[in-house]
Design a protein around this ligand. Structure first.
Ligand code: COA
Length: 188
């Protein structure tokens, strides 16, 4: 089955990179075989079910999961997830506003532009869907990520209590409370 997402293309300058240093990494859609790599050798094992659900949602066409692969080693070193719809239209409304989340880059690969490149790729995909606004949440105490987003043109538009829950890898419900800022950027 071919979905709209299969037809979306990340421009080569973002997917493949322009400079020699950038070309060491590629941004691509997550494949099923990549799922264990999202657990980062156990650090995110508790999110196993969430990753699986997000992957199923991608198959259904409601989300897109992008990863960054270090080409020489094949290691997955970063990720960003996108969703088009949300129960809260401040996050995504399925039409003009899309939500970016779960951005992370492995510590050893941080501060060399990879997080920014993942965001560029995600914003480009929202544009291809005809969306003109990207939103992203950032925990209030995550000043580094907030400053990165501000440098990328995101502005705070709302507070979010950040209360949510998930079923961990042992089948136990975990409640999360992460007070956050909701930020947005015009991308058209
Ligand atoms: C937030 C996060 C994704 C950023 O990833 P990253 O790959 O380090 O991002 P970048 O390299 O594009 O940008 C980070 C900073 O490095 C700087 N930078 C970019 N290229 C650089 C380079 N070659 N040399 C030095 N610094 C560089 C950027 O200017 C940016 O600075 P700023 O924060 O002052 O704006 C990463 O720190 C992370 O995974 N953190 C843990 C998870 C997390 O907090 N995720 C966000 C959830 S809201």
């Amino acid at each position: 089955m071919t979905s709209i997402q299969d037809e979306m293309q990340i421009p080569p300058r973002i997917a493949e990179g322009g400079t020699v240093a950038e070309k060491e990494f590629i941004v691509r859609r997550l494949e099923e075989r990549d799922l264990p790599a999202l657990e980062w050798n156990g650090e995110f094992l508790h999110f196993r079910n969430l990753f699986l659900q997000a992957f199923e949602d991608m198959r259904m066409g409601t989300r897109l999961l992008l990863v960054m692969e270090h080409r020489p080693s094949g290691e997955i070193v970063g990720q960003i997830f996108l969703q088009w719809n949300s129960s809260d239209p401040r996050f995504a409304d399925g039409r003009r506003r899309g939500y970016l989340y779960s951005l992370r880059v492995k510590p050893a690969f941080q501060r060399r532009g990879l997080g920014t490149r993942l965001m560029d790729a995600a914003e480009e995909i929202l544009r291809q869907r005809g969306m003109d606004t990207a939103s992203i949440g950032v925990e209030k105490d995550n000043r580094d990520a907030r400053s990165l987003y501000e440098r990328q043109g995101y502005r705070i538009i709302a507070e979010d209590a950040g209360c949510w829950s998930y079923i961990d890898h042992l089948g136990k419900r975990q409640e999360v409370s992460e007070p956050a800022w909701l930020m947005e950027k015009k991308i058209s």
